[in-house]
Design a protein around this ligand. Structure first.
Ligand code: PMP
Length: 459
């Protein structure tokens, strides 16, 4: 390939990056990843990085899996594409839907395929509204979601999200989407115990339903653990209370499992970890470990039965794409046969948990959170006060992420929270490498923040 500097110049000139200013890219240049194996990435300069983010919460079975390449190649030769629209189907989509139905909890037995989490959540908006219309209650069209949630980037799914300007740019949200507060105890819990706060934030849903009228509210959507919002694990009281409320007011519950699905939290689905009983589940990312773009809405028997009474005029060219489905099927086989879900539980507790929570002793860190192999920590200017940096949200996070990059470990920051979500196959010795490098990065970030006079808190 071309030298790195030329690749970077072309990239900044012609390639519009999501969530990145091209001006910044022109100045600094993107890090160009050329290949990967296991939990390691190699860049265009031949440097090796350990991937603490599994790509973008995707590559759960690790990089360089020949079985997945073979599954794709076989399927491309046999049947590279066919649609599933007009009473035709094909073997990969049939087999994958049946396998997902098998794995999914409760009676979530029906899969509507899409190519991404965004598409699947757009499908969910239409599914919910169509469902209530068919039941003779078309006015039950409002969908409630949460501030600081993330559900995708298309017009519908971005409207469901609640991450500041990201979900407002371009005239969003679309009508009929309403946001309530998130269960982020560390940031917003004040003097309450986590348990009190969890109940209070769950009851915000009840208050909103009563304000709008239960006859207008069709669904509530939430991630079992907010991912892009910063890996926020809700207090233990939150989900049971949400469950009580959706049952009481006859509201559909959509669990967005795009990140938490397929082993991330130590069960096949986050809904199992948190004892949630959704009517609809959104899946993507880990379904194929990111090897192919595929996602879907997994729907319970009752919703599927109602939808089946009419034609649901909604579908994507690539719904159930045969190559993507074949790869996803093989990916699920790997997860099961290699016991990767059990591995997550074994390696997360106590091994990763001990090392992760020990980072809470660092002068820059508090509020370490971890469930399965997804974790986060808050960067703070002063310990013990839940203080925020005066320099503006995200400054410390950005500096720390840069220091991580310089030390060849990929971590993400959301404002001033650092996140890890490594490939699920990570071993204890790889966890050591990841945490050791992260620790050096935190030390360097602390020194830089101190030297730059940024260890000041907002008044
Ligand atoms: N839902 C959640 C919980 C997500 O984290 C994401 C992506 N980060 C999406 C939906 C959107 O998925 P996609 O980017 O595949 O459209």
């Amino acid at each position: 390939h071309l030298p790195t500097s030329e690749l970077q110049a072309l990239d900044a000139a012609h390639h519009v990056h999501p969530f990145t200013q091209n001006d910044a890219l022109a100045k600094k240049g993107a890090r160009i990843i050329t290949r990967a194996k296991g939990v390691y990435l190699t860049d265009s300069e031949g440097e090796t990085l350990i991937d603490g983010m599994a790509g973008l919460w995707c590559v759960n079975v690790g990089y360089g899996r020949k079985e997945l390449a073979d599954a794709a190649a076989r399927q491309i030769e046999e049947l590279p594409y066919y649609n599933t629209f007009f009473q035709t189907s094909h073997v990969p989509a049939i087999a994958l839907a049946a396998r997902i139905a098998d794995l999914a909890p409760g009676d979530l037995n029906h899969v509507f395929f899409a190519s991404s989490g965004s598409e699947a959540n757009d499908t969910n908006i239409r599914l919910v509204r169509h469902y209530w219309a068919l039941k003779g209650k078309p006015e039950k069209s409002v969908i409630i979601s949460r501030k600081n949630g993330y559900h995708g980037s298309s017009m519908g799914s971005a409207s469901l999200g609640g991450m500041t300007s990201m979900h407002e740019q371009g005239g969003l949200p679309i009508p009929g989407i309403v946001h309530i507060d998130q269960p982020h105890w560390y940031a917003e819990g004040g003097d309450m115990t986590p348990e009190e706060f969890g109940l209070q934030r769950a009851r915000a849903l009840e208050e909103k339903i009563l304000e709008l009228g239960a006859d207008r509210v069709g669904a509530f959507i939430a991630e079992p653990v907010q991912g892009a919002g910063g890996v926020i694990i809700p207090p233990s009281t939150y989900w049971p209370e949400i469950q009580r409320i959706v049952d009481k007011y006859d509201i559909l519950l959509i669990a967005d499992e795009v990140i938490t699905g397929f082993g991330r939290t130590g069960n096949w689905f986050g809904s199992q970890t948190f004892a949630i009983k959704p009517h609809i589940m959104t899946i993507a990312k880990g379904l194929s470990s990111g090897y192919q773009p595929i996602g879907g809405s997994v729907v319970c028997d009752e919703v599927a039965a109602v939808i089946a009474t009419d034609e649901f005029n909604h579908g994507y060219t690539y719904s159930g794409h045969p190559v993507a489905a074949a790869v996803a099927l093989e990916n699920l086989r790997i997860i099961e046969e290699e016991g990767i879900v059990e591995h997550v539980r074994d390696v997360a507790h106590p091994y990763l948990a001990e090392r992760w929570h020990a980072l809470g002793d660092h002068p820059l860190v508090e509020d370490t959170q971890l469930v399965g192999l997804m974790g986060s920590l808050a960067l703070v200017p002063v310990k013990g006060e839940r203080a925020k940096f005066a320099a503006g949200a995200g400054t410390a996070g950005y500096i720390t992420r840069e220091r991580c990059f310089a030390n060849n470990v990929v971590m993400r920051h959301v404002y001033d929270r650092m996140i890890i979500s490594p490939p699920l196959v990570i071993t204890p010795s790889e966890i050591d490498i990841l945490i050791d490098r992260a620790t050096v990065a935190l030390d360097e970030a602390y020194k830089q923040l101190k030297d730059d006079g940024l260890l000041k808190k907002a008044q």
